[in-house]
Design a protein around this ligand. Sequence first.
Ligand code: CA
Length: 374
Amino acid sequence: MRKFTRKDFFKGIALGTISLPIMIRSCAGENFAQQQTSANIITQKKYKWKMVTTWPPNFPVLGEACTMLADLVKKMSGGRMEIEVYGGGELVPALQAFDTVRSGAAEMGSGAAYYWAGKTPATQFFASVPFGMNAQQLNAWILCGGGMALWEELYARFNVVPLLGGNTGVQMGGWFNREINSMADLKGLKMRMPGLGGKVLERAGGSAVLLAGGEIYTGLERGIIDATEWIGPYHDYKMGFHQIAKYYYAPGWHEAGTALEFFINKDKFEELPTDLQQIIRSAAQQINVWMLSEFEAKNAIYLKKLLEEEKVQIRKYPKEVLDQLRSFTKDIIAEICEEDAFSKKVYASYKSFADRATAWAEFTEKSYYNDIVM
Ligand code: CA
């Protein structure tokens, strides 16, 4: 049995217990200080937070982003704030991260909003919608198009504050041992595919199997699943899927640019001085840019590796299949909006933004890729 190890690639960044000098700030001149010594010595309060994550410990990119955020916050706060990062299962099971933060047992968490669709379905619009917006568009909607206010309103129900925490970019369509030439090839297909994408696959006659990251390789090897999606060339290479699957399909119609998130207990966040609040927001913004850039850089390198060294066969989903899957997606979203008023409100905002962004991209991004790029 093959074990998924990442040690060769990334050194674990363990947050040690570093004792820091107590910061003393004097806000008065020397003479004044002599008169009011005790009043002028302000010992700034230190904060030690826990971050529970949905990622395996030291998981490339997604887990790294959490330790990077902790490091940034510590540096920017001059050591006033330390965040200890826990991988999934280290403090609580991965998918209990949200409830752990909600209760205040940990102050902060990292995940993807669609993991919490079982609590309330509108969360998934803040992570990924099949055939939906790409990373650039989703960032634009959330940060500059009204998405964040809706996300904050939704998470406030759980006493949690959301922050964008990165994006995978367009993912790959997955690993198969048979070609997908028509919808008939999806019938009976057992595929690891989470979220709305999984629902779409089921409507096509397949079955969506949920397996945690560490179980996928052996699941595929032993035939528990026939196919799997994961992320893109960089992560997929490390998972070793090319060793047990014949075809690598593109594109990831189910995840066109999945947003990752940090979530913070609202009371704990509001207790922080405003400068520390802003430091966390700024660090998350930095991670948001870093992660998409990291995926973009590494995926290109590892795609080349998969093609040239591993002789992986890339296939594209036929248009007929994508058209049918898109149609199923629309039906499923309409059903969700029918049943849940907040989903309807969020999707109305998402869809009107997406329509405008697509019309704009027609003459810019799309035209550039199709006609102009060298
Ligand atoms: Ca995926």
